[in-house]
Design a protein around this ligand. Structure first.
Ligand code: COA
Length: 259
């Protein structure tokens, strides 16, 4: 199916789906139309059996995403604010976090507010050296509403999340690396190649095992799920998959698995 988007570019290269947020004149700020398009593109990538890994980045050299589009919500009521947050969680941010396929965020500049929250909902973050990230919402009289208070604390730890959110400060790529917000920092010209190399490494592994690994790691952050119990069940269920049969057979036959 050919999908037509206004604010994002979608490109398939091999089995990688690249999604580029493309509003550079607004530093790729996430308005609701862009969130909707991202959610449709992510869903289409998940439904497409040819796609194994999804890569999200921002157009231009200045910004990944400079936040939710402030011009859209400056006159919102309490009810509208709550709906904005709830819809964002459901349509995009929690959807990415819980996606059955790995999502890599290639952060190529400013990732602020909703932009950092988008990167935090991806499974892996790779930063360019010029990345500057933060959750500056308290400076606008709000708080992060797309999962930032939860995911930043989970990823960077409570103390760092408190410091970053309460101070509204921006941190650079090397500080983000120290905080564990990114696992890799590379020169900007190498960012997409590095992300694609990571995608290619991941896609050598069994898709059904990747899905289960994502679910189990996420289960450890759920208050409703016993993560260890969840892992035991998921581990057991691997033994009934064609991926497991192929993976173990390939090892014993001293060849590469063909998933
Ligand atoms: N929402 C809406 N528009 C945004 C935006 C956002 N979050 N971030 C940037 N823009 C727009 C600017 O309004 C400007 O548009 P204009 O040219 O029509 O006036 C354009 O993008 C370029 O931004 P500008 O501020 O001129 O660039 P800069 O290099 O001087 O500053 C930032 C860059 C990122 C520091 C600055 O844009 C900024 O602070 N943005 C808001 C960040 C934020 O608070 N995000 C959290 C939102 S909850």
């Amino acid at each position: 199916m050919q999908l037509n988007f206004k604010n994002i570019l979608v490109e398939t290269e091999g089995r990688i789906q690249s999604i580029t947020i493309n509003r550079p004149s607004k530093l790729n700020a996430l308005d609701q139309a862009t969130i909707k398009e991202l959610s449709i593109a992510i869903q289409a990538a998940e439904d497409n059996n040819e796609i194994k890994v999804i890569l999200i980045t921002g157009a231009g050299e200045k910004a990944f995403v400079a936040g939710a589009d402030i011009s859209e919500f400056s006159d919102f009521s309490v009810k509208e604010g709550k709906i904005l947050s709830q819809k964002g969680h459901q349509e995009l941010f929690s959807r990415i976090d819980n996606l059955s396929k790995p999502v890599i965020a290639a952060v190529n500049g400013f990732a602020l507010g909703g932009g950092l929250e988008l990167a935090l909902s991806a499974h892996i973050r790779i930063f360019s050296e010029n990345a500057r990230v933060g959750l500056p919402e308290t400076s606008l009289g709000v708080i992060p509403g797309y999962g930032g208070t939860q995911r930043l604390a989970q990823i960077a730890g409570k103390g760092r999340a408190m410091q970053m959110i309460l101070s509204a400060e921006m941190i650079d790529a090397s500080t983000a690396l120290k905080y564990g917000i990114t696992t890799v920092v590379v020169p900007q010209e190498d960012l997409i190649d590095t992300a694609k190399k990571m995608a290619n490494k991941i896609m050598k592994n069994a898709p059904s095992a990747l899905t289960k690994a994502i679910q189990c790691i996420n289960a450890s952050y759920s208050h409703e799920i016993d993560g260890f119990g969840y892992e035991i069940d998921a581990f057991g269920s691997c033994f009934d998959t064609p991926d497991f049969k192929e993976g173990t057979k390939a090892f014993l036959e001293k060849r590469k698995a063909n998933f």
